[in-house]
Design a protein around this ligand. Structure first.
Ligand code: SF4
Ligand code: SF4
Ligand code: FES
Length: 324
């Protein structure tokens, strides 16, 4: 079949902004997007810049935006894309600086991964349990990495992340998932885990995620970074790290639902900022706006009928796991 490919081009040496360019190519039914891009480079325009290596969904280097969503070009079938979208558009990963055409600068991505210290620290306990070689080995029954160790560092989740889009300092799904991998490692000491979690309470850490789920949707390796972030939050709450706005929001939300059967927007801000005058002043304009729009319910409003059922549910969930 003869297909038209619309590829976003950008050469910083000559272009002031990115622009689309069309290429036409005869391709077979089993062709991947990467196969087609390599042929376009070989047969149509040798200046097209793209990054790839393994061609087998292993190295993570060919992640790009295909028909509007983040994918590995080497495992994306042209036929399926055409059936789903009726066209083939290809652009670099979003929200990362473009070096040229489809190649982005992954420097900030790698710095964030390094910042979560992706190595074992302060490990002593395993030697006591398993002997002197325990530092180097891990017993299958003790490994609960939740598939986080399948990450190939392709950057697709970071490009799709709605928080990273507006706040480039956000640690991001890949780095936080990497932190969770070490949280789940029985060889790390409890004090080291505490220090690791403590560092993630800061601004741009685990509480900045909005749980939009995009990182889960685009990940080609089913790592589910958002679920890793929820595990990190849960572990933080279990260790009494409850002073951040995010932690207080979650605890306040569950308290209110437990007491009244629903969220009460009149009380919720107090649960998050407390009674600190500076915090109250900061939320005052929002409170006035909500009041004028009739969005603030009676703070002493009656509890919902059937509250005891809701409370029983919450107690049951709490027994299984704390909120996060
Ligand atoms: S769930 Fe959180 S980390 Fe994942 S894409 Fe959304 S905001 Fe980013
Ligand atoms: S978590 Fe998934 S999408 Fe994110 S870098 Fe790892 S493999 Fe890629
Ligand atoms: S070329 Fe290695 S993952 Fe696609």
């Amino acid at each position: 079949m003869r297909l038209t490919f619309t590829i976003q081009r950008f050469n910083p040496e000559v272009d002031s902004t990115p622009h689309p360019q069309e290429f036409r190519l005869d391709v077979g039914r089993g062709t991947t997007v990467l196969d087609a891009l390599i042929r376009i480079k070989q047969e149509c325009d040798g200046s097209l810049a793209l990054r790839y290596s393994c061609r087998s969904a292993i190295c993570g280097s060919c992640a790009m935006t295909i028909n509007g969503s983040e994918k590995l070009a080497c495992r994306t079938s042209l036929r399926k894309e055409l059936e789903r979208h009726g066209r083939i558009t290809i652009a670099p990963l979003r929200n990362l600086p473009v070096i040229k055409d489809l190649v982005v600068d992954m420097g900030s991505f790698w710095k964030k991964v390094r910042d979560v210290h992706p190595w074992l620290t302060g490990s002593r306990e395993p030697q006591k349990r398993y002997g002197a070689t325990a530092q180097l080995t891990i017993l299958p029954k003790d490994s609960h990495f939740h598939n986080v160790d399948a990450c190939i560092m392709c950057g697709a989740c970071v490009a799709a992340c709605t928080v990273h889009e507006v706040s480039k300092g956000f640690a991001g799904p890949a780095a936080l998932a990497k932190a969770d991998r070490f949280l789940s490692d029985p060889r790390e000491s409890s004090s080291a885990t505490r220090a690791r979690l403590s560092a993630l309470q800061e601004e741009n850490g685990i509480w900045d995620c909005t749980r939009c789920n995009f990182c889960v949707e685009v990940c080609p390796k089913d790592v589910k970074p958002m679920e890793a972030i929820i595990r990190l939050r849960r572990a933080s709450l279990e260790r009494g790290m409850t002073m951040t706005g995010g932690a207080r929001h979650i605890l306040g939300f569950t308290d209110l639902v437990e007491q009244q059967g629903r969220l009460n927007e009149a009380i919720m801000p107090l649960k998050v900022v407390g009674f600190a005058p500076r915090g109250l002043l900061r939320i005052l304009p929002l409170g006035i706006k909500m009041f004028l729009k009739g969005k603030i319910p009676n703070p002493l409003g009656h509890a919902l009928p059937g509250l005891s059922h809701i409370q029983a549910l919450i107690r049951r969930v709490r027994r299984a796991a704390p909120p996060a």
